[in-house]
Write a protein that binds this ligand. Structure first.
Ligand SMILES: [Mn+2]
Length: 335
């Protein structure tokens, strides 16, 4: 086992009286990693608690937590002084600017190494597709029994972050997945992916199909205001499969942001780059070739656009997409 020495190193820093707080931004990879760390350390420490800093809005994330019956707490409801160590999963200290005054002790991550920080223990591997892969190696090294629920969570974490092994994936991810998959519940894995669309959201589907206009194989549609952007993602994923559409932008207002979901089937229309080039100056925008996203705080939307007028927003998006841009090198990834 390649990381066997890392497991020894980790064992060297934890104490039987440790009460560990795992802090995550709740997405499938971080949720699975946190529960893997919990399983790994549970018998060696006093307690392991998993807390998120903001509630998960994505349908699949909520479905994962519910179907796998995982217990997550809001970090706002925990008393930090109760814990002896804080662990970061699928993130480094830069992801939590609001908690700068805390001391972080453990970090497991696959994002690029951002800044020096005196962690007691860190395992940061940017070449790995998912943090779930990294934690799976510790479970194997420690010979810990992996429950069906944990295996399912880790498989889902790896599947999500590697986009079903289509990007940012390596041998370690494939190996971890092939070890975990036989232990996982295939039906559960599928039902997280195909999590139910709330019935009332069908109204948005209806609206999208009625408003849909396609010009030069490009579909642009605004859905108005919603609790979360999930339904825009679902509709964009649907539209991009329709013949005659090779680029789709679905807009939705959620909270105090206008969120644009980009989908592309044309390799010459890079969704993430288009999102960044046209909307990166007024919001956070980025993504990869097939999928991109822009999140624009409402006050940043130009004043001539009427935020509550569907036509006004759609026309503005089309106008912006038609505007020539000079390509900028730096891309931000709002994930
Ligand atoms: Mn990840």
């Amino acid at each position: 086992m390649s990381n066997f020495s890392k497991w020894d190193e980790l064992k060297g820093v934890i104490r039987p009286n440790d009460r560990i707080l795992c802090l995550i931004r709740p997405d499938p990879d971080s949720i699975a990693s946190a529960f893997a760390l919990r399983t790994l350390l549970l018998r060696r420490v006093e307690s392991v608690t998993v807390a998120y800093d903001e509630p998960s809005k994505r349908l699949q994330n909520r479905a994962m937590v519910k179907l796998l019956r995982l217990s997550l707490e809001s970090v706002k409801s925990v008393d930090v002084s109760r814990f002896t160590k804080i662990a970061l999963l699928d993130a480094q200290v830069n992801r939590f600017p609001d908690y700068r005054d805390w001391t972080f002790h453990l970090a497991f991550d696959h994002h690029p190494f951002i800044e020096e920080y005196p962690y007691l223990f860190a395992d940061i591997r940017p070449e790995t597709g998912a943090t779930s892969t990294i934690l799976a190696e510790y479970l194997a090294a420690a010979k810990v029994r992996i429950s069906e629920r944990l295996a399912t969570a880790l498989c889902y974490g790896i599947k999500t972050d590697t986009d079903d092994f289509q990007r940012h994936t390596g041998r370690a991810d494939a190996e971890a997945f092939s070890r975990l998959f036989p232990l996982a519940n295939y039906h559960l894995l599928q039902s997280i992916d195909q999590s139910e669309i709330p019935f009332r959201q069908l109204d948005f589907m209806d609206l999208a199909l009625h408003r849909l206009r396609v010009k030069k194989r490009r579909a642009v549609v605004h859905l108005g205001a919603a609790e979360a952007a999930d339904i825009a993602v679902i509709i964009a994923d649907f539209l991009i499969r329709v013949s005659g559409i090779e680029f789709a932008v679905v807009a939705i207002i959620a909270g105090d942001k206008l969120i644009l979901i980009f989908r592309s089937r044309n390799p010459r229309r890079h969704a993430g780059r288009i999102a960044f080039n046209h909307f990166g100056e007024i919001g956070s925008a980025g993504g990869h070739a097939a999928a991109g996203r822009a999140e624009i705080p409402l006050p940043q939307v130009p004043s001539e656009v009427k935020v509550f007028d569907f036509d006004s927003i759609e026309h503005w998006i089309e106008k912006e997409l038609g505007r020539p841009v000079k390509t900028r090198a730096q891309e931000t990834n709002p994930s």
